[in-house]
Design a protein around this ligand. Structure first.
Ligand SMILES: [Zn+2]
Length: 280
């Protein structure tokens, strides 16, 4: 295997614990191994599976991740990515340890690592397909990719300077456990106008077409001290095939029969997010 794909795991004892016995993991050849000899091989793409028993969500299969990757690379989420990079630049030192939770196909983790080459970026998802794709696309070969379980993170206590949570659930107890005392969370949630043209079209099928994120923010405030909140929003003219892809990948429409919608009515779509920075 390409040694550069393994090198990123050479200081694993700083960050990783065994998902079975919670002892420290060390790099041993092309594997991570704990003192009890539980062994996790580094895959040829450059990631390690630290949740071998994890089940994948049917909504996040390989095709949906490839679609997401295509949409992300097309630039619709560049404003959100830039806002994340701006928050990282303002609140963190260049050598910070940053953990991307539910990183999907790795769009944000790769961007953070590219912009902050001295940072230690760790990124995981429960989906092996997405992590494979994320690692394959990682030109920096520096992000420590792993398959992991948000409910039982294979990460040491007090090891992380920043949790990056982009459109992923919060596990406040696990976040607090792995965060250093002065660590921050950068959390991105959909804005109230996000995908509104699609939600309007699906109004009859949606229990609540008027999306609100207030309860998400309120819940988050119960566990973290919010320092900064901003909204990024842009409405894009959008080609029919991108509208089709969006309709199939947005979680806001997961329970909607997409084939029953007349997607031809949609020629533009609003992409909007709130970027929240908070302290432990
Ligand atoms: Zn172990």
């Amino acid at each position: 295997m390409n040694p550069a794909k393994i090198a990123r795991f050479r200081d694993s004892e700083r960050y990783f614990i065994c998902p079975i016995c919670h002892e420290t993991l060390h790099l041993d050849g092309a594997s991570l191994r704990c003192p009890n000899r539980h062994t996790f091989d580094i895959a040829k793409q450059g990631y390690v599976n630290l949740a071998p028993a994890a089940k994948q969500s049917p909504f996040y299969n390989k095709a949906s991740f490839e679609n997401r990757a295509r949409i992300l690379e097309a630039g619709y989420y560049d404003d959100i990515r830039d806002a994340v990079l701006d928050a990282v630049g303002r609140y963190l030192n260049p050598r910070a340890a940053i953990l991307d939770v539910g990183c999907g196909e790795g769009f944000y983790a790769r961007a953070v690592q590219r912009a902050n080459p001295a940072a230690d970026v760790l990124a995981f998802d429960i989906s092996k397909d997405s992590i494979q794709q994320a690692a394959r696309e990682d030109a920096t070969m520096a992000v420590r990719w792993f398959v992991g379980n948000l409910a039982d993170l294979p990460v040491r206590d007090d090891a992380i300077d920043c949790i990056l949570d982009v459109f992923s659930p919060v596990n406040a107890a696990e976040f607090h456990r792995v965060m250093k005392d002065d660590a921050i969370v950068i959390k991105v949630i959909p804005g109230v106008h996000h995908d509104e043209q699609l939600r309007e079209l699906a109004r009859e099928q949606l229990r609540n077409a008027d999306y609100s994120n207030e309860h998400v923010i309120e819940q988050f405030r119960e566990h973290f001290n919010v320092l900064d909140m901003r909204t990024v929003s842009r409405t894009f003219a959008m080609a029919a095939d991108d509208v089709h892809t969006f309709a199939h990948m947005t979680p806001l429409l997961f329970n909607v029969d997409i084939d029953a919608l007349d997607l031809a009515q949609i020629s533009e779509l609003t992409i909007e997010a709130r970027i929240i920075v908070a302290r432990k």
